[in-house]
Design a protein around this ligand. Sequence first.
Ligand SMILES: Cc1ncc(CN)c(N)n1
Length: 222
Amino acid sequence: MAESYSSRLWESISDIYSAILAHPFITGLTDGTLPEQSFAFYVMQDALYLREYARALAAVASRAPTASAMRMFASHAAEAIAAELELHTTLLGELGISKEDAARAEPAPTNLAYTSYLLATVRGGSYAEGVGVVLPCYWIYSEVGKELLRLGSPDARYRRWIATYGAEEYGQVVAEVIAELDRVSLGLSAEENASVRRHFRTTSRYEWMFWQMGYAQESWPL
Ligand SMILES: Cc1ncc(CN)c(N)n1
């Protein structure tokens, strides 16, 4: 049987995925060496990221060609993100970060660059490009979550984070989006196919960069 569009897309980022699994943020979640401050910084930035990501999903929903795809992306914008934000609120409390401190945080350079790229693509590109650009956020976390679930963690907070993304329910959500990309891929021109692949690779790179941003507690130089 011919390999699916999505399988080939995943293979095209195998170098990035390997680099993600080897990143000290990720290895530190399972061996417990990730500094708490790096994790707290990441969680705070991710809460900001998810607000913009929800906007991106709502934009993809508004351009979906079928009612079922529109419902899927709209419900992810509302519900999947709400579940993740709830996890962040709990984690921030456990990390001793007040709501006021969290509200004062501004997006770090990588966060702003990633969300700006997402929003520009979903607003200016085709529906297929929109699906391709939002997919790494779903897919990479699900794969990382499953991998880390196998390895475990000595830290209860890190275990909770891992359990969210390694969960079967999260995997099912991701599988629906992958299936939608495979459906949409059937009607792509060569040019549009190249754009989808480019966007998918770019946001996969941003996923690596987002962990690096958290690890280094990246700040604006000026
Ligand atoms: C940056 C980022 N990428 C992906 C996810 C998982 N939805 C997330 N919470 N944050």
